[in-house]
Write a protein that binds this ligand. Structure first.
Ligand code: TRP
Ligand code: ZN
Length: 871
């Protein structure tokens, strides 16, 4: 690398010298030579400024005028243009040429299949024209698009369509106007030929909004669910947050090439087709949930992100943490709250805790960034949402909504900071969030240790808590956090112990060490700690098996029951890893097996909860329990425990499978979803011990299936247990779906998570499969991403073959799509807790990448942070 990329720092923020009030864009679309003309009105903000720097990358400058006159007093380089000696107010007309056809990065204007589309967040607008590409410059946009009528019958942009017309040479044009000032990252343009699903929504104040979903021709039968989800989102935001849509039209376009889930461009969302297209033949129940969550997420951004946006990119969690919180609440209000909570907690424990313990550790409001795209992280999004959730827990729904109301009225139309948000929540609720603000500036996962004592004579229970956050890669000094601890006390007889009349309460745990005293406690209690994961922390309490069994059975909070069940598994996993290391047989007492058995035999079973409990932790989840990760011992202990459990519970598993498997035609009801999920999990576990019988069942399950959830459940069970029918079922699926990349993504992901020893060879061979293309981010994530992040045993093979493979792929992707490369690298930089042999092999791959002369900023930042760990 000739010039090393430089970091930007939050502390260096300066408001812009100039702002832009209006922008008129004109696009003459051509696949490999699009001409963009931008007319921009500049107004000086800083009286001392005489020049202005505009970002611009990968652009060919054709023409530049100021106030209508040719202007030559400027300097251009690969990052942008500096206009020298400019007046206090002026009009800039700038013409550039770009090449969408050659742009595979997923940023700027690019081709996705036969369509042209844009992605501007975070800093992609600078690949379209020279501009003040920063979120605190808000301008009114109008966009005129001219293109060939046959290739591009639909020409879309933000806001309302104000004019259109026909031209010679089979061309046409459309002009759009967005009445709301916005930063350029919310700009969008789409041109293509689509099928359109149209509907409408009447807002609470009676306005009519046209809803349009654009999909590839032939896919109309997969758009209904997304349309329903959009209408549900609009209604939910009115009811729960009092927020109403503000334009006359809301458009969603589904594209096949997209780096992320979707993008909230004002009035014109662009979606990864994975989060739009769904019908029962092509999508699993989990896919439906994904569609609903992402449709909701992007819709909710209209207020939390678009009407009120970020001052700078360090404030990203202002819109993302809050909007994730809102989409999680939406999914929980409409579906199963406990299942949603469990899945979101898994993301925190399995991925966010790992990020915070690794070289990319950062607070939810990062302080230093080289490549902004690297900070669309589980920390900013998911821990950001947990921080909002803690505010909700501390304030309660009513005061939280009062705070939100003040936030919206105070800052509508502005670009603001996380501090502005917290202050509004404080002012609106009257609750002091002074110490709480540390969650925005401090990285790392606090470890809470709890001990207790009970005094029978005085009927007093004391809970002693300590909290400690270890130093992280980015920050050594840590202070105590304001931790809301939701606690329930259960008697050893399994009854809820009321404290002050309530079954549970939220403790304000703010000191390094603190003791809470409970009086009038009639018998020795078992504490259910951090119910609903009330804070993003790890906690430690020496539960006995009996205590955990009591919580599994009797905690009033379903999340607490699940947590106790997994704590019991984790407790024995830790013991058994030590036994495996000493080459001894694992242990799993009958008492423990019976605790799980009694769940399965429950007379009024909670099917969703049982399924969540039986989905035992993944290997990477278990890694979080150890300071030193013994990859092989953890894999071996986990497998032995699952085999033992499945063996001891095989009758119950079979019975649950048979009673819950699909026997009637497909329906999308909560109960049918729960049954499909549970039967699939039972079949997978049963397959571990009754191979032949499970083989017959899986084959029949596949053959009789009338929906993708059951089809995929059969395949998964056959894959996990390597049943005889696997090859035949995989071949059948391939022949049915190879024309459809989105459906094949499931098949690629399954092939990549095979426990077969030759899986890596298979993955390499599948890169030649006709449905695969490394240029398509979904395909790459399914095949390669699944291998590196979900096939723990083989990615971490001790011969280094998995690491070398990822190194090869990253060098290839570095040139095609650095954003995708930078996401795939995650497991390769989190090596600090692994053994020396693996560390050396991983470091060697990072050094190989660093030696690449044109390493993209995205990878450079992660590779160097990774290598910093061995300094
Ligand atoms: N703002 C988008 C969201 O959370 C995220 C996003 C979409 C994005 N595409 C991107 C972020 C490309 C960075 C780069 O909904
Ligand atoms: Zn978002």
């Amino acid at each position: 690398m000739e010039q090393q990329p430089q970091a930007k720092h939050l502390k260096d923020y300066q408001s812009p010298d100039y702002t832009i009030t209006t922008l008129a864009l004109d696009f003459q679309l051509e696949d490999s030579a699009t001409i963009v003309t931008a007319n921009t009105h500049f107004v000086r903000q800083n009286q001392a400024a005489e020049q202005v720097f505009l970002n611009g990358e990968h652009l060919t400058l054709l023409d530049l005028k100021i106030n209508g006159q040719a202007y030559t007093d400027y300097q251009v380089n690969e990052l942008g243009i500096t206009l020298l000696n400019v007046p206090a107010e002026f009009d800039l007309e700038i013409q550039t040429q770009i090449d969408p056809q050659a742009n595979f990065s997923g940023e700027g204007l690019y081709k996705s299949g036969d369509a042209l589309c844009t992605q501007c967040e975070a800093e992609g607008f600078r690949r379209i024209t020279y501009y003040l590409d920063r979120p605190d410059v808000l301008a009114k946009f109008s966009t005129k698009i001219t293109a060939d009528k046959t290739s591009y019958p639909f020409l879309l942009s933000n806001g309302n369509k104000v004019a259109h017309g026909e031209l010679a040479d089979n061309k046409h044009w459309v002009e759009w106007q967005d009445p709301f000032p916005k930063p350029c990252y919310l700009f969008a343009l789409v041109a293509g030929d689509f099928d359109v699903l149209k509907d409408s929504y009447k807002t609470v104040s009676g306005r009519n909004v046209a809803l349009e979903i654009f999909v590839d021709k032939g896919n109309l039968d997969r758009a209904d669910y997304a349309m329903g989800a959009l209408k549900r989102s609009m209604e939910w935001d009115e009811q729960r947050f009092g927020l109403e849509y503000d334009l006359d039209i809301y458009m969603i376009v589904a594209v096949d090439f997209f780096n992320m889930g979707a993008m909230e461009n004002k009035g014109l969302n662009v979606f990864n087709s994975k989060f739009v297209l769904a019908n029962s033949k092509t999508a699993t129940d989990a896919d439906y949930d994904g569609v609903e969550a992402v449709i909701g997420h992007e819709y909710f951004h209209n207020w939390t992100g678009n009407r009120i946006t970020c001052r700078d990119w360090f404030q990203l969690s202002l819109k993302e943490g809050l909007t994730v919180f809102r989409d999680q609440e939406f999914s929980s209000d409409l579906g199963s709250r406990v299942v949603n909570r469990i899945n979101n907690v898994k993301i925190m424990r399995n991925h966010q805790f790992a990020e915070d313990a690794g070289p990319m550790s950062h607070p939810i409001r990062p302080e230093s960034v080289i490549e902004m795209n690297n900070f669309y992280t589980v920390t900013v999004y998911n821990k950001g949402s947990e921080v909002i959730r803690m505010i909700h827990t501390l304030l309660g729904e009513e005061k939280f909504q009062a705070g939100m109301k003040l936030y919206v009225s105070r800052f509508d139309g502005q670009a603001v900071t996380c501090e502005d948000f917290v202050k509004a929540m404080e002012d609106g609720s009257g609750v002091d969030l002074g110490q709480f603000r540390r969650w925005y500036s401090q990285s790392g996962t606090p470890l809470v240790t709890a001990t207790d004592e009970y005094d029978q004579a005085s009927q007093t229970y004391r809970l002693h808590l300590t909290q400690k956050t270890e130093a992280t890669a980015d920050q050594t000094e840590k202070q105590p956090q304001h931790i809301p601890l939701d606690i329930e006390l259960v008697s050893e007889a399994g009854e809820s112990i009321l404290v002050g009349g309530a079954a549970s309460q939220v403790l304000n745990f703010t000191q390094a060490e603190q003791t809470f005293e409970f009086t009038d406690v009639a018998s020795k209690p078992v504490p259910a700690l951090f119910r609903d994961f009330s804070a993003p922390v790890k906690y430690q309490y020496d539960y006995t098996d009996q205590q955990l069994a009591i919580l599994i059975k009797t905690a009033t909070n379903a999340f607490a029951r699940w947590d106790a069940a997994h704590n019991l598994f984790n407790k024995y996993l830790i013991t058994n890893v030590a036994l495996v290391q000493q080459q001894q047989a694992i242990e799993l007492p009958d008492f423990v097996i019976d605790a799980y058995r009694s769940l399965l035999l429950d007379e009024t079973p909670d099917l969703a909860l049982i399924a969540e409990i039986l989905a035992f932790p993944s290997q990477s989840a278990l890694w979080q329990l150890f300071e030193q990760v013994d990859v092989d011992a953890i894999a071996q202990a986990r497998k032995a425990m699952l085999d033992t459990l499945a063996g001891a519970l095989s009758d119950e598993l079979l019975c649950l499978y048979l009673t819950n498997r699909s026997q009637s035609p497909y329906e999308l009801t909560q109960q049918a979803v729960e049954k499909r999920n549970l039967s699939g999990i039972c079949l997978s576990l049963y397959g571990r011990v009754a191979t032949e019988h499970a083989n017959e069942l899986a084959k029949a399950h596949y053959e009789q299936s009338d929906n993708m959830t059951d089809t995929f459940a059969a395949l998964s069970a056959a894959n996990v247990a390597q049943l005889d029918c696997l090859a035949e079922l995989m071949a059948d699926f391939d022949s049915k779906w190879r024309h459809d990349g989105l459906v094949m993504d499931k098949w690629f992901a399954l092939a990549a998570t095979s426990p077969a020893p030759d899986c890596l060879e298979q993955v390499k061979a599948l890169m030649e499969h006709p449905s695969f293309s490394i240029k398509n981010p979904n395909r790459t994530r399914s095949l390669i991403g699944s291998f590196v992040s979900a096939n723990t045993a083989l990615f971490h093979a001790i011969d280094g073959s998995g690491y070398a493979f990822l190194g090869d792929v990253l060098l290839q992707l570095n040139k095609i799509n650095p954003q995708v490369a930078s996401r795939l690298i995650t497991p390769l930089i989190q090596f600090k807790r692994l053994d020396a042999t693996r560390q050396a092999l991983m470091v060697a791959q990072l050094q190989r990448l660093l030696a690449e002369p044109e390493l993209a900023k995205d990878l450079y930042e992660k590779v160097t942070r990774g290598l910093d760990q061995i300094k």
